[in-house]
Write a protein that binds this ligand. Structure first.
Ligand code: 5AD
Ligand code: SF4
Length: 478
């Protein structure tokens, strides 16, 4: 594995260099097309979070530019798995799929397989691929994804397995092709990496240190997206609340939000993920004041026990977390709150678990992602001796899930009859007389409408709650 890859090229020069590889790859692909008498196909499968989803759009952008055509499933000439490693089962899924792919490749030897993403940043994984999955053509990581065009050329030229993983990078390369999955909404990276080192989490090891993009680059990207029909953006970072700290001219996330809020034509701003320890009053006020920012905050709790939070290295305790929630609700009364919770962290007792349940009951989350603790080799928590027995974890997990679901049903039922802003995203898949949109809190609403409504916000009365979605009626156009 190479250390910090520090070429002398500036980001602009590097992007220009990649465009040369794009041209070269185009020639290879055109030649292969002629040989085969048909277009070459590709399939990118994404595991994990929004960050990975955005990275996949970058891969697709380049593949389409060089002449590949996207297909739905893995019966393709080029299959790429963009992997996640946040929990062990994410890794197992990839190995399982590779087993299946190896059979397919035996029958179609010309096909190419690439692996990238967080899992590839783990040296033991790469060793396994090198030894046991020799049929994989290309392996690269999270730091050199901008080099994909170059790696693609190398792979098209070579018969042996290519592995290129960097340990970290300080480079952010802008302006490479991207193909959005949705026409009306898009993720926008504002920062990469994470400096928090929560004791259970592998992300800082696989995504490297925090690096923020320049605000003017972010704003330019959003303006271009808006010009291209995007009305909703999701600002992405592992810890958006610490955005801008390391910039030459430091800027806070709250200041960035206020700037983005001014962009004409943009309708909605979301962001993900916030760390409670860095959630400032300034950000709460910015959310309150910026009409385009969705009244929704994803605020991972992880545990309600102050003792466990300390062991997790989260830098806040139960009381501080609840105080933030109070402040958020005071300034933005209708805010939707969602969270992540881990059950079964080493040493977690019944008492600790009850503290978590207590926070869940007090906060009443609109929804919560609940995870069973997964031991990630290399993290401090993996070395802790008091791992919790599986049966106990399972029992706690089930209790938590029941509680979370009950509250979330109650919360969605409580919106029945209310009139709320809905951004229309698409025509309803099953009924041509309906359109489908989303509330600030991301819940889906179906209501009578026409195609020209797509991309606009309407005041919609939520007439009936059907569990995960609502049936509504337009009351007013915003
Ligand atoms: N085990 C279980 N869940 C984890 N997460 C991160 N690391 C682990 C782990 N080792 C969860 C956290 C985080 C979400 C993205 O994944 O809740 O917020
Ligand atoms: Fe996303 Fe983290 Fe999974 Fe990487 S490890 S894909 S950053 S959730």
């Amino acid at each position: 594995m190479r250390d910090l890859e520090n070429t002398t090229l500036t980001s602009k020069e590097e992007a220009a260099r990649q465009y040369i590889f794009i041209e070269k790859a185009k020639e290879y692909v055109a030649k292969k097309e002629q040989e085969m008498g048909r277009k070459l196909t590709f399939c990118v499968q994404t595991f994990g979070c929004q960050m990975n989803a955005r990275d996949s759009e970058k891969l697709v952008g380049i593949l389409e530019q060089v002449g590949y055509v996207e297909v739905e499933d893995e019966h393709a000439d080029f299959v790429i798995y963009n992997t996640c490693t946040v929990r062990e089962n994410a890794n197992n899924k990839v190995y399982g799929r590779l087993g299946y792919l190896s059979n397919y490749k035996k029958k179609n030897p010309h096909m190419m397989i690439a692996l990238c993403g967080c899992m590839m940043q783990e040296p033991t994984v790469v060793e396994t691929i090198r030894k046991k999955y020799k049929f994989v053509n290309l392996v690269f990581g999270t730091h050199n994804i901008y080099k994909f065009a170059e790696l693609l050329c190398n792979t098209l030229e070579s018969d042996s397995q290519i592995i290129d993983i960097w340990e970290d990078t300080d480079k952010i390369v802008e302006d490479l092709p991207i193909k959005r999955k949705f026409s009306f909404k898009s993720g926008v990276n504002i920062m990469f990496g994470c400096n928090n080192f929560c004791s259970y989490c592998i992300v800082p090891y696989v995504r490297g240190r925090e690096r923020s993009r320049q605000p003017q680059d972010i704003i330019r990207e959003i303006e271009n997206l808006v010009a291209d029909g995007v009305c909703e953006i999701m600002l992405l970072g592992q810890n958006v609340n610490s955005y801008g700290k390391n910039l030459e001219n430091p800027m806070t996330f709250a200041e960035l939000l206020r700037e983005i809020n001014k962009i004409e034509g943009l309708k909605r701003i979301r962001f993900m993920t916030s760390h409670p320890k860095d959630l400032s009053d300034e950000l709460i006020y910015a959310m309150r004041d910026c009409e385009k920012v969705c009244r929704h905050m994803h605020l991972p709790l992880q545990s309600g026990s102050s003792r466990i939070l300390k062991e997790m290295n989260r830098h806040y305790d139960k009381e501080q977390y609840l105080a933030i929630v109070d402040k958020l609700r005071k300034e933005i009364p209708d805010i939707a709150l969602t969270t992540d919770i881990i059950v079964g962290f080493p040493g977690e007792t019944e008492e600790d678990f009850l503290e978590t349940l207590d926070v869940v009951q007090r906060v009443e989350y609109d929804s919560a992602f609940t995870f069973i603790y997964s031991k990630r080799t290399g993290t401090p928590a993996a070395a802790m001796e008091n791992q919790v027995p599986e049966a106990e974890v399972k029992c706690h997990f089930d209790r938590l899930l029941r509680e979370v679901q009950e509250i979330s049903t109650k919360k969605s039922m409580a919106l029945e009859g209310k009139t709320m802003p809905v951004l229309v995203e698409e025509m309803n898949e099953h009924d041509a007389s309906l359109v489908t949109g989303r509330l600030d809190n991301n819940s889906v609403v179906h209501f009578p409408g026409t195609e020209d409504m797509i991309g606009n916000i309407y005041q919609v009365k939520l007439e009936e709650c059907k569990g995960f979605y609502y049936i509504g009626k337009v009351v007013d156009h915003e």
